[in-house]
Design a protein around this ligand. Structure first.
Ligand code: UT7
Length: 322
């Protein structure tokens, strides 16, 4: 049986930092409210000409360096994003060209909003195990700042831009043990951007902004993440105490703490970046992973639980031996 393992991680944050104090001058909010309700202190915002593919490329190059692979080794590129540069081609195809991958291997985007990275990881793992590749680039990259209404305090304080990447390699030892992917389209209107290409470009220009009924999303996130955590432990026949690290989607510190409590896990074993990154949607999990790998907290052989929840609703998890 062939498995896939994470051979390298990478991330990239745009230079511009937007603090809570600056947001106080833009909408009726306060640093105290944002910190207490979300844990966010600052977030990074892409420059005017900086696109999702730019962030993705920088994160991908970092991950490829750590994994010691070059463009000719990559035989699949999957980018999780909700904020592609253009309608088409996909960010994955743009990236394939920029990285100089010319072996005609497949490249495509996955759209599952904040659960996008676990979706992309699940697809990459399945394809790799089925023999469709040896070395796969999986990226979560977003410029969510472009789909925010900067006059809506309910949403504009929450999100940030960034990209995270992993290189997966075929292996005889299990790295990714299992992934668990779910969706429930009945709740789509609780968290959505209600306009888009097929509903008309004119409207798209005016209303293509994130709209969220926050407290309802919050309750569903806590409940579904709790279920998927149980599902992951049961599927792998392991105990909570077998986990070394929780690497959660970074939407809200209170949601992260609820999942840690469910796992009886000390916050010392939870990777938290929400204070510095805000919610970067599909980019948040691979960025958090990269931070904790590079600062030496996550070590080879340790067991990680990755989980995310987002618009759709979509949610999912992955159990990984790093
Ligand atoms: O990543 C995808 C999944 N997304 C999530 O998981 C996000 C889930 N939701 C949340 O993180 C939280 O629900 C929020 C942080 C969005 C909101 O926190 P909350 O504790 O659920 O607050 P709330 O929505 O119940 O609002 C409480 C009050 C309201 O005022 P009233 O109606 O009680 O007078 C809001 O208008 O807070 C007000 N409010 C704000 N006040 C200051 C909402 N946004 C702000 C703000 N600054 N930025």
């Amino acid at each position: 049986m062939k498995y896939s393992r994470i051979a390298g991680t990478g991330s990239y944050l745009p230079q511009r930092v937007l603090t809570n104090a600056e947001l106080e001058t833009m909408v009726d909010t306060s640093d105290q409210w944002i910190r207490e309700r979300t844990g966010i202190e600052r977030r990074h915002i892409a420059g005017e000409s900086e696109t999702t593919a730019d962030l993705a490329e920088a994160a991908a190059r970092n991950a490829m360096d750590m994994a010691g692979v070059t463009a000719k080794d990559i035989d699949l590129v999957i980018v999780a994003t909700t904020t592609a540069d253009c309608v088409f081609p996909s960010v994955a195809c743009l990236l394939q060209n920029r990285l100089g991958i010319t072996n005609s291997s497949p490249a495509f985007d996955v759209q599952a909003v904040c659960a996008g990275f676990v979706y992309a990881l699940g697809i990459a793992n399945s394809m790799l195990r089925a023999g469709s590749g040896q070395t796969v680039l999986v990226i979560g990259a977003e410029t969510f700042s472009r789909i925010l209404n900067w006059e809506d305090r309910n949403t504009c304080v929450l999100f940030g831009d960034g990209a995270g990447a992993v290189v997966l390699k075929a292996s005889d030892e299990p790295g990714i043990h299992s992934t668990h992917l779910h969706a429930d389209g009945r709740y789509s209107e609780l968290l959505h951007v209600p306009e888009g290409v097929s509903r008309g470009y004119a409207e798209m220009q005016q209303q293509a902004y994130v709209q969220m009924r926050g407290s309802e999303v919050f309750k569903m996130a806590v409940s579904k993440l709790s279920e998927v955590v149980d599902e992951t432990l049961q599927a792998n026949n392991i105990e909570k105490s077998d986990l070394d690290w929780l690497v959660p989607h970074q939407a809200n510190l209170r949601i992260i703490k609820a999942t840690a409590r469910k796992l009886s896990m000390s916050m010392d074993n939870v990777v938290v970046t929400v204070q510095d990154h805000g919610n970067t949607s599909a980019a948040s999990i691979p960025m958090a992973l990269d931070v904790a790998v590079r600062d030496g907290r996550i070590k080879p052989g340790e067991k990680l639980l990755l989980e995310g929840f987002g618009g759709g609703f979509t949610w999912g998890s992955a159990l990984v031996t790093f």
